[in-house]
Ligand binder design. Structure first.
Ligand code: B12
Ligand code: SF4
Length: 495
């Protein structure tokens, strides 16, 4: 085959503080490329290692470089890297959620040649086969490119492929690099996988609305189990983390996979899925943690704004049923949704306390609303004064965890709430888990009166919590303080 030696570098970046979860997108793409006779190389780097990439690329000399870009944090690094590699004469393609949601803005940049919209296996293979034959690009569904005269062209989307045709070839990568600890490091050898893509629901902030057109597709249980079993055995995997958007759309299939793999596992679910039978099935299949989208404590926000299709009653029921089940529940909270009022923010904080009172083994991921292009709430945010960045690198500011995050779509003074909410929620969870009454009382008062002034308690406890959690700390004093805290907690538990 004429195209056989073409080489493709697949680059993905992550922040320094995230564990090296498998770069699954790159692994699926590399598998498709290899099956078609091409030579893929995955380059997966931490933010602080980006400087190493140019040398690796110069050594590999790919015919095409693919970048995998999400909305927000790290966008500037991708822009700088693409610019630098383009100046060395390489062809650059952007894929993944952000590129798919904003293909025109991406292609306006001189240093980006192609955008691949949505799932990438088939499009990338067709592109590599046709590299350089500009007249053929118009026939490649889901491709964005520049015509000979420089005009931007975006082709129609393709229909979704059969996921079983895409199964990962694990021999392609050094699996050991992607085995990470999870669940408070209890499972040291955890492997992340996806069993399905997309989600049929209609949450108005979710990238799925555009990226997957609300279409859910999945690996069959038998094929996925057969694909993973040898990897699990060879690498002595202790637990599995499912990164599916919605693992339990077909519960029978999901539990068949969990049963077949027969390992402790972690997955996402919607709160209304939880009933007695669901909890019993989770237990029977060794589920250790289930992650939900709680989103908000306001019924108006859930129903009218997000169109989540769940209520706070469903959330409370799910958390209640999971209490004492041995399965940890965690939930994502989105503050600052367009039109959210101060009272609705407070309702969310109060729901968090209520949930902790029911089940003290809960964890929360809290962040402020991030307007993903193309979603319903992106349009709503624009109506309310949000001006989307015109330049690609300016999306970088959209980091929903920044302490100085700005939101034109919210009409109350949220400055202190942005600064302290995450810490307060983390501390509340700690106060309930470890039963620290004084911390509970102070924080509850703060939440009730929405008072974040003089945050000395928040500051102090947050420092202590960080020290307590910082297991890899080498410093003697820090280790000592950590030991003292653990000792006090143990004494309290004995008492
Ligand atoms: C694991 C994960 C992470 C991991 C890293 C993942 C990695 N290395 O790829 C960590 C924890 C580091 C992470 C961080 C963040 N994440 Co994240 N993450 C996920 C998660 C749960 C799974 C990703 C995955 O493996 N999917 C499975 C694979 C097979 O699909 P895929 O990655 O989409 O890849 C396919 C296509 O996108 C496409 N493709 C992807 N890359 C490329 C590149 C080229 C060249 C081509 C041709 C095609 C292509 O082809 C692939 C195969 O079909 C997704 C949700 C989800 N279920 O997808 C969120 C998700 C991707 N993350 C998201 C976000 C926003 C972030 C953060 C920005 C969080 C934040 N601060 O707000 C950070 C930013 C990190 C960064 N690198 O920029 C959003 C993206 C939405 C958006 N509009 O961009 C998602 C969709 C979550 C959500 N529901 O909102 N994340
Ligand atoms: S249920 Fe989750 S994955 Fe599905 S649309 Fe809603 S937020 Fe997105």
């Amino acid at each position: 085959m004429e195209h056989q030696n073409k080489k493709v570098a697949l680059i993905a970046l992550r922040s320094d503080d995230t564990k090296g979860i498998s770069p699954l997108g790159q692994m699926y793409l590399a598998t498709a490329l290899k099956k078609n006779g091409f030579i893929p190389k995955i380059i997966y780097k931490k933010e602080s290692e980006v400087w190493q990439i140019e040398a690796e690329i110069e050594e590999f000399k790919p015919d095409l470089i693919g970048m995998s870009v999400f909305t927000g944090y790290l966008n500037k690094q991708y822009v700088d890297l693409s610019r630098a590699l383009k100046s060395r004469g390489y062809l650059i393609a952007w894929g993944n959620a952000h590129a798919s949601l904003l293909p025109r803005q991406v292609l306006k940049e001189k240093f980006i040649d192609f955008v691949i919209i949505g799932e990438g296996e088939e499009t990338l293979v067709e592109l590599v086969k046709n590299l350089g034959n500009v007249e053929n690009y118009k026939n490649i569904a889901s491709l964005g490119y520049k015509e000979k005269n420089g005009e931007i062209a975006i082709n129609q989307r393709r229909t979704f492929g059969d996921m079983d045709e895409f199964l990962i070839d694990w021999s392609l990568i050094n699996v050991e690099d992607y085995i990470v600890p999870y669940f408070s490091d209890r499972y040291k050898r955890t492997l992340a996988v996806v069993s399905s893509r997309g989600c049929p629901f209609n949450c108005q902030f979710c990238y799925n609305l555009v990226f997957n057109n609300r279409r859910w597709r999945a690996h069959s249980a038998e094929k996925l189990i057969a694909n993973l079993k040898p990897v699990i055995e060879k690498h002595k995997i202790e637990a599995i983390r499912f990164l599916d958007d919605n693992f339990f759309v077909n519960k029978e299939r999901a539990f068949a996979i969990a049963r077949g793999l027969d390992l402790p596992y972690f997955a996402d679910a919607r709160v209304e899925y939880v009933d007695e039978k669901f909890v019993a099935d989770l237990k029977e299949t060794k589920c250790k943690e289930i992650m939900f989208g709680f989103e908000s404590g306001s019924e108006r926000i859930l129903t009218e704004v997000v169109k989540k299709g769940t209520t706070t009653k469903d959330t409370i029921k799910a958390v209640t049923l999971l209490n004492n089940s041995g399965i940890m529940a965690s939930g994502s909270i989105v503050f600052g949704l367009p039109t959210e009022t101060e009272d609705e923010y407070k309702e969310t904080m109060k729901l968090i306390i209520k949930l902790l009172e029911i089940n003290n083994n809960l964890a929360f991921t809290c962040g402020w609303f991030l307007p993903y292009p193309g979603t319903g709430l992106y349009e709503k945010a624009k109506e309310l004064g949000f001006k989307p960045p015109e330049k690609l690198e300016d999306w970088d500011q959209f980091d929903r965890w920044r302490n100085d995050y700005k939101m034109e779509w919210v009409d109350w003074d949220y400055t202190k709430a942005v600064k302290y909410s995450r810490q307060v929620v983390h501390l509340l969870a700690l106060a309930y888990k470890r039963n620290i009454p004084i911390l509970k009382t102070i924080l509850k008062k703060r939440v009730e009166h929405l008072n974040y002034s003089w945050p000395i308690d928040i500051y102090l406890f947050a420092r202590l919590r960080n020290i307590y959690l910082f297991t890899g700390q080498k410093n003697f004093m820090t280790r000592l303080i950590k030991r003292v805290i653990v000792y006090i907690i143990k004494l309290r538990q004995k008492a």
